[in-house]
Design a protein around this ligand. Structure first.
Ligand SMILES: [Zn+2]
Length: 636
């Protein structure tokens, strides 16, 4: 496996990412999720794509029968590519022969459909179909190519160049030939090609791929796309990238674009462009992000809302937007070394990405609301969901972007845990793992991270490789963790963080650095400008956002009867997080407004009772329920 077997390999930046050969997850909940992803999810996804004839689209394109007989959405090709990317990372992670065989099989089918000039798409361009690039607003051709390139990059970095990688390079060449200077000087309606091209430039060393990515970035926001009902902000064509002040429009589009812009900025040394994305990120985190790290509140247009429009019950918070946010934050972390980006990655991993797949890896959330008012029904296991919203995880979707996005993230997750720089190793996420790498001066260093985080807050980093010359071990103390302590190899204990703490030490094999992070449950209060949750509090335990579920209330009462008194802290008891609550049922009224609040007289009040909370990422695992993260305080 190549030393470059990792999702992002920037030419410059503050930190260097580790490859899947240098870092391995060896235990805990993420190891379990990786195992399920490998053993169940990959085959599950391919099975659905075969059954719904999305794979057959390529065969029909090859044999000339595709016109009028295309199945699925016009971006169904991208789901096959994203699955291939997931499989490529899985081959890199575990050496899976099953995943490798599946890639080879799909390569034959896809490769046969590629046209002589590198064009590859099952919706456009053949007799009886609309012409190529006749619908850049909605056609998704460049989006599909972006995912194809990312898959080719993953394959090249984990296995080396093969027929599939060759197919993806020919597609990249085609894009440059078609959209370069003097060609079609427009952009695609769904960003993704930008980061695909930059990554392809990194793999191949070909400058023209980077140049083309830069062209796409600079062209956006100049009105090369036509008017659409959602408005030009939907596909970020409303203003040039550098002039924007916040992420807006379709959330996944905005975040994939921003990730590609960071890639371009880093490769070209364009610090102004990088600074622009960082300030847009800051505004988005401050005003447009859910407690879970979820982004994009609007169902209509799957879009960011205005500042502080973050309703919990109408939260769209698409799983893909969470993944795209992690992709962006990872790039910003590598570029700057600032722990705030790793903080957001942790929040989003535990509360959006971990929420989507069921424990068996065969059903998924697409939208991730923070308040569910109506218990759902079990989905038909043999029918794909036609819609994104559901109160139970669905086996598959007509728009199936999320499951394969989860799959590729889990398969490559180890690469997001730690980095190196000239002076040492930085551990950004506390996951049971083994790390072995080479510092820039050629020294071998290695550590083993042992922890039951986030169930517990104790983290032990044991040195497994070091030659007793000093180097720096950096640990990120999460931004919510006040009162953490660190013990260095001499046994000295000191207060630590939040932020990066550095232990510079002449480490020898067997030395240990231990960290104690207070992970007990705590109340969290919202900015009052988020009107939809004013007067409510939430509970977080360590990095985990908690929720109340009706299955935990006597008689399955609706969660909307809950009130809590925030002067009584939440507590851990026998492995459960408990809050002292009242179940208050207002009387039904013919008109729910008046001089007095509806929660005045005539309420049925349970009096104080202990209510157990559940990690948000596990909600609905016990069947249909109502659920809420934000709970009204008593007398509100
Ligand atoms: Zn999605």
């Amino acid at each position: 496996m190549s030393a470059d077997a990792r999702p992002v390999v920037p030419r410059a930046g503050r930190l260097r990412p580790l490859s899947l050969g240098e870092v391995e997850i060896v235990g805990g909940s993420w190891a379990q999720r990786q195992h399920v992803n490998s053993a169940a999810t990959l085959a599950h996804c391919q099975g659905w794509m075969e059954r719904l004839e999305w794979v057959a689209n390529f065969e029909r394109a090859t044999d000339g029968t595709i016109a009028g007989n295309h199945h699925g959405m016009m971006f169904a090709d991208s789901d096959v590519y994203k699955l291939m990317e997931a499989m490529a990372w899985e081959v890199g992670r575990s050496g899976s022969e099953d995943a490798d065989g599946r890639i080879r099989g799909l390569t034959e089918i896809i490769g046969a459909a590629q046209e002589s000039d590198g064009y590859l798409n099952t919706v456009f361009g053949r007799p009886g179909q609309e012409p190529r690039y006749s619908n850049l607003e909605w056609g998704h051709e460049l989006y599909n190519f972006g995912h194809l390139l990312q898959a080719g990059v993953a394959r090249s970095r984990t296995t080396g160049d093969d027929r599939f990688v060759e197919i993806t390079r020919r597609a990249a060449d085609h894009v440059c030939a078609t959209f370069g200077p003097g060609g079609i000087e427009r952009v695609g309606g769904h960003p993704e090609i930008e980061l695909g091209l930059v990554e392809m430039a990194r793999v191949t060393g070909e400058q023209r791929y980077l140049d083309q990515a830069e062209l796409f970035v600079e062209r956006r926001g100049r009105g090369t796309l036509g008017e659409i009902g959602f408005g030009q902000a939907y596909f970020q064509d409303d203003m040039p990238v550098r002039e924007a002040t916040v992420f807006r429009g379709h959330a996944v589009r905005a975040l994939y674009l921003a990730a590609g812009v960071v890639d371009v900025a880093v490769e070209t040394g364009d610090d102004d462009l990088l600074a622009s994305v960082i300030s847009q990120w800051e505004a988005t985190i401050a005003r447009r992000t859910y407690l879970t790290g979820g982004m994009g509140s609007h169902h209509t247009g799957e879009a960011f809302g205005d500042d502080f429009v973050l309703p919990p019950d109408r939260a769209y918070s698409e799983t893909c937007a969470g993944i795209a946010s992690v992709m962006l934050a990872w790039r910003l972390l590598l570029a700057t070394g600032e722990p705030r980006f790793a903080d957001l990655i942790e929040r989003t991993l535990y509360n959006v990405i971990a929420t989507s797949p069921a424990p068996d890896g065969r059903s998924f959330f697409y939208a991730n609301p923070l308040h569910q008012r109506v218990p759902g029904k079990y989905p038909d296991p043999d029918v794909e969901s036609k819609r994104a919203s559901s109160s139970l995880r669905e086996p598959w979707f007509l728009v199936a972007c999320c499951p394969t996005n989860v799959a590729r993230t889990l398969a490559s997750l180890a690469a997001y845990l730690a980095t190196v720089d000239t002076g040492g190793i930085q551990i950004h996420q506390f996951v049971e793992s083994r790390i072995g790498t080479t510092l820039d001066d050629g020294r071998r260093v290695g550590v083993e991270v042992s922890t039951d985080y986030p169930s517990g807050g104790a983290v032990t980093v044991r040195i497994t490789e070091s030659d007793q010359r000093p180097w720096a071990l950096t640990l990120r103390i999460p931004n919510w963790a006040t009162g953490a302590t660190l013990t260095d190899p001499s046994g000295d204990r000191r207060a630590a963080g939040p932020g990066n703490v550095v232990v510079e030490w002449p480490f020898g094999v067997g030395d240990e650095v231990t960290l104690t992070v207070p992970i007990g449950p705590r109340w969290t209060r919202p900015d009052p400008r988020i009107d939809a949750i004013r007067g409510c509090v939430a509970v977080e335990r360590g990095p985990i956002v908690m929720c109340a579920e009706s299955v935990d209330l006597a008689d399955g009462r609706h969660v909307d009867v809950l009130r809590v008194d925030p002067s009584v802290p939440p507590r851990d008891e026998d492995g459960a997080v408990l809050v002292n609550a009242r179940l208050v049922e207002p009387p039904d009224q013919p008109w729910p407004y008046g001089e007095e609040s509806g929660t005045g007289t005539g309420e049925a009040d349970s009096g104080p009772v202990d209510i157990p909370l559940t990690p948000y990422h596990s909600w609905a695992n016990r069947g249909p329920s109502t659920m809420r993260v934000w709970i009204p305080v008593t007398n509100s």
